[in-house]
Design a protein. Sequence first.
Length: 254
Amino acid sequence: MAHKQEPIKEERRVRLEFQESTLWKAGTFIFALLFVISLLTGGFRGSDETALARGGSAQGGSQPVAAGPQAPGAGQQQQTAVDVSEDDDPVLGDEDAEVTIIEFSDYQCPFCEKFYSQTLPLLKKDYIDTGKVKLVYRDYPLPFHQYAEKAAEAANCAGEQGQYFAMHDKIFENQATLSEENLKAWAASLGLDANKFTSCLDSGKMAQEIAKDLADGSAAGVSGTPSFFVNGKLLVGAQPFAAFKTVIDQELAR
């Protein structure tokens, strides 16, 4: 009997080792698959930028966010017009244009750059350059963007020398290399008085102007960038040209 039990025990041991090996391999495969998925989706990351990329807010929703475009009808367009001050901020287009777009933006926000590079050129061609629309640029630097505040101040400092939109364009076109040092270099490349610009930027002279924009934006309901008020109607995110066209044409038809 002893001789018969030994092969049986050996068979059970081999079978158990095989099962354990199979389970270990399966577990390893599943973990590896989950890890790959996490890399593709950001599922294991908890940073503010991950939350922003998903369209959520940073730090539990307590701060404004960089706002990606929403699908039409998803609540991004506010039908009731809001009274939003233009303040004395820079204007692109005819001051007497029938439609006013007030943009609240952040120079370090990737969605703001997307609007600048993809949608604004079409708006300029069809509406701004034809005198139908004017764009008022107001600053809304987000607190987790290191250079957004200084970039906003830099554009306003350039504005003192009549080069606001030249600096505005330069910053967005070089967003990936934004720094205080480069802001001063870009000012020089635009032919600005370097001493005057540097004094303005280093002194924080324009900080109060930026704070006024932030306060007005928040009071009007801005919670992310970019946010636009088209004759007072809110449009949020890096919307495609078609989304702006719909609202603008409605306003022009009134």
